[in-house]
Design a protein around this ligand. Structure first.
Ligand SMILES: *Cc1c(COP(=O)(O)O)cnc(C)c1O
Length: 368
């Protein structure tokens, strides 16, 4: 075995859900510089956009990439489609749902939060309750995979409640799209947000919105931000055939195109989901043998990230983290407010065999 001290700092497997471990081939796609205005670059952007629409599974949708991290894109969506005469109901069960509320606060968007807590689940009952509490809602936002805990909120329960009530449905599928099948048209999703550096396994630098074309066409163009103007970006891309407004993340887009090819070669979203699910089961079984157990009930557990309760008695997370890092793995501290947890991501260029090696490293480092 390689002496862990010789493993350079950047040579670890990122078991964190974004940025995550990308393949060599995705990283290699960035080893060139490109002009942001060049035709062939714009064509690449158009290809990426249409491949995203293919992943959405219906040509009722358009893909609008936006520079920045995932939150920039959520902010751009909210600030662009929830107008001054609208009101947003936010159904939250973690930090990312709460962030939607924070964005509304900063942008002055009329909103109401229903927060069921980090260990809660956003289901049909929560959606009904939210609509009863905030009947003026014109739009409803929900996080699909709440990365705080790894809960996969049952969209198939929530979406029909929202759409039957005539409200627009906005989904933060940041950490699920591309790795968990989502039937956008079947669920009646109006807008879905995701980013380059999660299940599609690209590097960070931009995100994208998949919007029903008719929805974007209807939006009253009154952006709350110039740079994060989603409708402006969409129009510029349509008119300029793939031209981004302002400097675009050229390297990131090239890496993303490669990542989309890699996803297709893996067999598409279903096949990727199977691998992620195998990773997650391997992780839970491996750590259960060491007395470490997940916070989330199995039926709501996503294959993306798993939050584990600290074991009884002394548990030195900092020492464990450093030890794992020396062995070539980086995991996440917890983010659950009511519980002490740590988290392990199972997305990225990661195989069940890597998870077996991780569990073996946990066993060697056992300080508890
Ligand atoms: C990663 C993530 C985001 C965006 O976070 P950034 O740090 O801005 O990229 C938003 N929502 C969810 C559910 C996420 O997992």
């Amino acid at each position: 075995m390689m002496n862990p001290d010789l493993v350079p700092d950047n040579d670890y497997l990122l078991l964190t859900p974004g940025p995550l471990s990308t393949s060599k081939r995705v990283r290699a796609a960035m080893l060139q510089d490109w002009c942001t205005w060049d035709d062939s670059y714009n064509q690449l952007t158009q290809q990426v956009r249409s491949r995203l629409v293919e992943l959405a599974g219906s040509d009722e949708y358009v893909a609008v990439p936006m520079q920045g991290s995932g939150s920039f894109v959520v902010e751009s969506l909210l600030g662009s489609v929830v107008g001054p005469d609208h009101a947003l109901l936010v159904l939250a069960n973690g930090a990312y749902g709460r962030r939607i509320g924070q964005i509304c606060q900063v942008l002055g968007i009329s909103h109401h939060m229903v927060d069921v807590g980090d260990v809660g689940v956003v289901d049909a009952e929560v959606a009904h309750r939210g609509l009863a509490e905030f009947p003026q809602a014109t739009h409803v936002a929900v996080v699909h995979c709440e990365t705080t805990t790894g809960v996969l909120n049952p969209l198939d329960e929530v979406a029909p409640v929202v759409t039957a009530s005539g409200r627009k449905l906005l989904v933060d599928a940041m950490s699920s799209f591309g790795g968990v099948p989502i039937d956008l048209a079947g669920l009646g999703i109006d807008h879905l947000v995701s980013s380059a550096n999660k299940c599609i396994q690209g590097v960070p630098g931009f995100g994208f919105v998949l919007s029903r074309r008719t929805e974007l066409e209807q939006v009253q163009h009154a952006p709350r931000s110039l740079a994060l103007d989603l409708v402006g970006q969409w129009r510029a891309m349509e008119q300029g055939e793939g031209k981004w407004r302002f400097t675009s993340p050229t390297h990131v887009v090239h890496a993303f195109a490669e990542a989309l090819t890699e996803l297709a070669e893996e067999g598409g979203v279903e096949a990727r989901h199977d691998r992620l699910a195998r990773n997650q089961v391997t992780l839970v079984e491996g750590l259960a043998a060491l007395g470490l157990h997940p916070v989330v009930e199995r039926r709501f557990q996503s294959p993306v990230i798993t939050a584990f309760r600290y074991p009884e008695g002394p548990f030195d997370f900092a020492a464990l983290y450093q030890g794992l890092k020396r062995e070539g793995f980086v995991i996440y501290p917890g983010k659950v407010s009511q519980l002490v947890t740590f988290r392990v991501g199972t997305i990225g260029d990661v195989q069940p065999a890597d998870i077996d090696r991780l569990c073996a490293a946990f066993a060697r480092l056992r300080h508890w």
